[in-house]
Design a binder for this molecule. Structure first.
Ligand code: ADP
Ligand code: MG
Length: 238
């Protein structure tokens, strides 16, 4: 669904330089991947590229074939078609953030339904079913502030799935949870993605957790260059 070849993103110069290099990455339906690396290695940068919110440097191949015909993402960035990219993002992607990113003035039900209502999708049983599967059905009429951190992350996962995306990107979804909750939330995320045949990519610094969840590990390998800057290269599989 997403195909990347020799995609790069550089920020800063000299000792402040940070470069991300993606020699090859393919996201396919039903795939479950983990992007692992220490803080500052570029996990969020890569997720932002994949989420179509951050433009890659010129060069390389970045294609999206969720829709027919295939879309040239790199070309859309070059020609400034942010409108097309934004439309693609809202239909195709779901996003889970470290701290949930929920809207504090909307109750749980409306937060989960947000991705659907923004797309003009009908209010059907989807929200309730997701809430049941994620064990938050009794929280639907509360505001996010009244929930535990673990419950908020489940709401965030439900919202990322509610509009039926093809790809869910999760940026450190368990980093603010205690170990027991982290394990449970990761299991729920993986199980719900699996049930729907959704491709998930989870960024985490917790390699052991990713392994236990059955995710395919993609490490970001960091090297310091002659200029004092840093280059992080995405490694595949294994
Ligand atoms: P991670 O998510 O693995 O902690 P990030 O992708 O946030 O890593 O950061 C990777 C590198 O990019 C870091 O060196 C960080 O300082 C740099 N960086 C992140 N965001 C920006 C930005 N908006 N402008 C410039 N540099 C940035
Ligand atoms: Mg990050």
């Amino acid at each position: 669904m997403l195909k990347l070849r020799d995609i790069r993103k550089t920020r800063g110069e000299g000792p402040q330089r940070y470069s991300l290099v993606v020699p090859q990455l393919d996201l396919r339906p039903g795939q479950r991947l983990a992007l692992v690396g220490p803080s500052g290695s570029g996990k969020s940068t890569l997720l932002d590229l994949l989420a179509l919110v951050l433009s890659p440097d010129p060069g390389g191949v970045f294609e999206c074939s969720v829709d027919d015909p295939m879309l040239d993402v790199a070309g859309l960035w070059r020609s400034g078609r942010q409108d097309v990219l934004a439309g693609l993002r809202s239909r195709v992607m779901g996003y889970v953030l470290q701290t949930g990113g929920l809207l504090g003035f909307l109750d749980v039900q409306r937060n989960i339904g947000l991705s659907r209502s923004l797309l003009g999708l009908p209010a059907d049983a989807t929200v309730r079913r997701l809430a049941e599967q994620l064990e938050i059905a009794d929280q639907l009429h509360k505001l996010p502030a009244a929930l535990s951190v673990g419950q908020r992350q489940r709401v965030s996962i439900a919202r990322a799935l509610a509009h039926g995306p093809s790809i869910v990107l999760a940026d450190e979804p368990t980093a603010s949870l205690d170990p027991l909750n982290a394990e449970r939330v990761m299991q729920l995320l993986v199980a719900q993605a699996e049930e729907r045949g959704v491709c998930i990519l989870v960024a985490t610094h917790d390699e052991a957790l990713a392994r236990r969840a059955g995710l395919q590990l993609h490490p970001l390998q960091v090297q310091r260059g002659a200029d004092g800057g840093v280059t992080a290269t995405l490694a595949g599989g294994g």
